[in-house]
Design a protein around this ligand. Structure first.
Ligand SMILES: [Ca+2]
Ligand SMILES: [Ca+2]
Ligand SMILES: [Ca+2]
Length: 116
């Protein structure tokens, strides 16, 4: 139903501009999806939930500082490359240790286990 203030059903900006925002425009407090015309709550940026390319919650916010950091690596949904890079970095870090600290090594191996 056009005019009820909700942009739903098959309504869009072109057949019901009263209810629907123009593509790329959002109400205050909302930001546009990085890849399509959805409006997403601004509060989703950096909320700890991953609003990345896979749009797990319908929004890709990676163009907003990688979803405020939520999409910075560690995700199981972005493929295995990130994990491999992290492991290589950790291995390099271990190799760079001049003084072998058992506690640090123990912590590293725990991190490594979590990543694998
Ligand atoms: Ca409506
Ligand atoms: Ca988020
Ligand atoms: Ca979307």
């Amino acid at each position: 139903m056009c005019g009820d203030g909700l942009c739903n059903g098959d309504e869009d900006y072109y057949n019901c501009p009263d209810d629907c925002n123009a593509p790329g425009e959002c109400d205050a407090g909302y930001v546009t999806d990085c890849v399509d015309d959805d409006c997403c709550p601004e509060s989703w940026i950096g909320d700890g939930f991953e609003d990345c390319e896979d749009q797990a919650y319908g929004c890709d916010l990676t163009c907003y500082d990688n979803d405020g950091g939520d999409c910075d690596g560690g995700s199981t949904t972005t493929g295995g490359t990130t994990g491999v890079v992290k492991i290589v970095m950790i291995v390099n870090l271990i190799l760079q240790l001049t003084v072998v600290n058992v506690v640090i090594l123990h912590g590293m191996s725990m991190v490594l286990t979590v990543l694998i």
